[in-house]
Ligand binder design. Structure first.
Ligand code: MG
Length: 381
């Protein structure tokens, strides 16, 4: 039995993870955590009977009237994630909290040498340098859940690191690939939340629409696979079937394909190095004609500016990632509240990124302080 803690179990990745665990043998749920959706968290506790549930928002948790199965202990506050991540009862942590909030619990799991199924890309965007160095030291294995990185992780197994030429991240191009640039000004929240191929949570769907998600993924790939920024390229692939590719020195390109369904990369992260039969993910239907297109993004177009920012951060390292991420979280929040136009989001991030006082070798404490500082300084704007 693999004993699993799922941080962010009420979100899209968390719910999919539980669906997979229910359909496979060999996994037991030791801990679940949620922030807003306490009713769902409680329902999950009744279904999976974990040792712990963690309600990370203390105030909200105290105001809720809980009814939990015996044998499930309620912990309140996000500090408790760190305690559970390090508990000997946990073999593997599914890090599925969205955004900056996932950082400390991921670091705690790395420190404890746990295996991590990583969906929280922001912890690598913010602290990639530190997190990967720590993981090396503690032998914590970080298995990507992000579909592109899962594809690269799988394709890399076809050759040696020294034989690698580059990785090619695919991008659907988001919901507004075919809009004229001047139409991006009037994009509504509702339209931006409607992704053409993937069903995901709100934050990542909005990031996909601005292509900031691909910027975060460039940085995530940089740290996860120890790549130089010149070894990372992006291709627009509207069908979202080829989840990414690896090109080797001899010119061979290895890709991983499957329908756009997060349940497969989640399942692979749980079962790696095995591939188990079954599981709920959709499969390729080869009875049907398949059309797959690839376009190189036009880097001179403002539409693809986010990709430039991602490559810039991958090149710079240091404090660039935390700044990009904090600015982006502010932009997404402002857009959701109707305080910022769609076409203002990426320029907002760019201006903050290019004007901050760059730290080449920050500590985790420096990064956390800088994150708070950026949020404080730019929140009202
Ligand atoms: Mg992705």
């Amino acid at each position: 039995m693999k004993k699993i803690a799922i941080f962010g179990s009420t979100g899209s990745i968390g719910r999919n993870t539980l669906e997979i665990i229910s359909s496979l043998e060999g996994f037991s749920v030791v801990a679940l955590s949620g922030n807003y959706h306490l009713e769902l968290l409680q329902a999950q506790a009744w279904q999976f009977r974990p040792r712990w549930i963690i309600a990370t928002d203390k105030e909200r948790a105290q105001a809720y009237s809980w009814d939990l199965p015996s044998g499930t202990e309620l912990l309140m506050g996000s500090k408790c994630l760190e305690y559970v991540a390090q508990a000997p009862e946990v073999d593997m942590v599914v890090s599925a909290i969205v955004g900056r909030a996932g950082l400390e619990s991921t670091v705690a799991a790395v420190l404890a040498g746990k295996r991590i199924a990583l969906a929280n890309k922001e912890s690598l965007v913010i602290g990639g340098q530190i997190v990967t160095k720590l993981a090396h030291k503690t032998h914590s294995q970080i298995i990507p859940v992000d579909s592109e990185h899962s594809a690269i992780f799988q394709a890399l197994q076809a050759g040696r690191r020294t034989e690698l030429r580059r990785v090619i991240l695919t991008a659907s191009g988001g919901a507004f690939r075919d809009l004229e640039e001047n139409q991006l000004r009037n994009v509504t929240l509702e339209a931006a939340l409607n992704h053409p191929t993937w069903e995901m949570g709100a934050k990542v769907t909005l990031d996909s629409a601005t292509l900031m998600n691909k910027a975060l993924e460039i940085i995530e790939a940089r740290w996860l696979f120890d790549l130089h920024s010149e070894e990372i390229s992006v291709m627009i692939h509207p069908q979202s079937v080829v989840h990414s590719m690896v090109e080797f020195q001899d010119g061979s390109v290895i890709s991983q394909m499957s329908p756009p369904d997060m349940r497969l990369p989640i399942q692979y992260a749980l079962t790696y190095p095995q591939r188990l039969p079954g599981g709920p993910a959709r499969r390729m239907d080869w009875e049907k004609d398949q059309k797959m297109e690839f376009f190189a993004p036009d880097f001179s177009s403002p539409r693809y500016e986010a990709l430039q920012l991602g490559l810039h951060v991958a090149r710079q390292g240091g404090s660039a990632g935390v700044v990009l991420n904090a600015a982006n979280e502010l932009a997404v929040e402002a857009f959701r509240r109707g305080k910022m136009r769609f076409d203002q989001m990426v320029p907002f991030v760019r201006d903050i990124l290019y004007h901050h006082d760059f730290l080449p070798d920050p500590s985790l404490e420096d990064l956390i302080a800088l994150d708070e500082d950026i949020r404080r300084t730019y929140k009202s704007k």
